[in-house]
Design a protein around this ligand. Structure first.
Ligand code: 13P
Length: 254
């Protein structure tokens, strides 16, 4: 049974103290996550070890990095490698967030390198895809997302692709308060699963968690997560407020 995941993406927010308090409030809330449920916190690099310790006693809560570099090691001042993340036991890494694609010029082929390095280091990539507004308005979102998947993931074999979590995040819905409707989310998630099934087989595609991201809130999470092919969410703003993110975790379907 594929995992249902509530993933927090703190982005470049919170001080160490604020981050500690947020995790304390969430881990202290007495949530009993079901075996196929998972809460993941993608925190800034300097907080990874703190966060790892903060969730260590709570079942089914994990920590993710928000990025890693596309080279194995070497003279790349300021960058962080997948191997470094593995050395502090980080199990997930967000790869290809639209903000990284836009502000740091990350291309599909660079992201393929990052995916490879994560897998080589036993880190599950949370691979982000999603179209800008003009592509959605032209009705070309399916083709746009298909190319992102093809160019960054299709070199993987069946065993490797099953280790990927996909996050569909339409750029026009990120931080805008404009959420995709449940029908829009289901339509493209189903399409993504069909594309994966065409390449890797239906059984394989059915095991891959596909998260929705873009203005997920405590008030709309349940409705969006109910959709058959939506396996939880990748949440920005609402993940910075303990009570809101707790409700989002509770909105995961069984
Ligand atoms: P918001 O939830 O703030 O729209 O951000 C979504 C996102 O980019 C998560 O990665």
């Amino acid at each position: 049974m594929r995992k249902q995941i509530a993933a927090a993406n703190w982005k470049m927010n919170l001080t160490l103290h604020q981050g500690e308090k947020l995790l304390k409030d969430i881990t202290g809330a007495g949530l009993q996550l079901k075996p196929n449920h998972q809460a993941i916190f993608a925190v800034p690099f300097p907080y990874l070890i703190m966060a790892k310790n903060a969730v260590s006693k709570t079942a089914n809560m994990e920590i993710a990095a928000q990025n890693c570099y596309s080279k194995k090691s070497g003279a790349y001042t300021g960058e962080v490698s997948a191997e470094m993340l593995q050395s502090i036991n980080i199990e997930y890494c967000v790869v290809g967030h639209s903000e990284r694609r836009e502000y740091f010029n990350e291309t599909n082929s660079i992201l393929a390198e990052k995916v490879n390095l994560c897998l080589q280091n036993n880190i599950t990539p949370i691979f982000c895809c999603g179209e800008p507004l003009e592509v959605r308005e032209a009705g070309n979102q399916n083709q746009y997302v298909k190319v992102q998947l093809e160019e960054s993931l299709y070199h993987l074999d069946k065993e490797q692709i099953q280790k990927i979590v996909i996050a569909y995040e339409p750029i026009w819905a990120i931080g805008t308060g404009k959420t995709a409707t449940t029908a829009q989310a289901q339509e493209i998630h189903q399409y993504i699963r069909t594309v994966l099934a065409d390449k890797y087989g239906r059984d394989c595609a059915n095991e891959i968690s596909i998260l929705y991201g873009g203005s997920v809130k405590a008030t709309n999470a349940k409705e969006i997560f109910e959709a058959e092919d939506v396996d939880g969410g990748l949440v920005g703003g609402a993940s910075l407020v303990a009570d809101d993110f707790i409700q989002i975790i509770q909105a995961l379907k069984s």
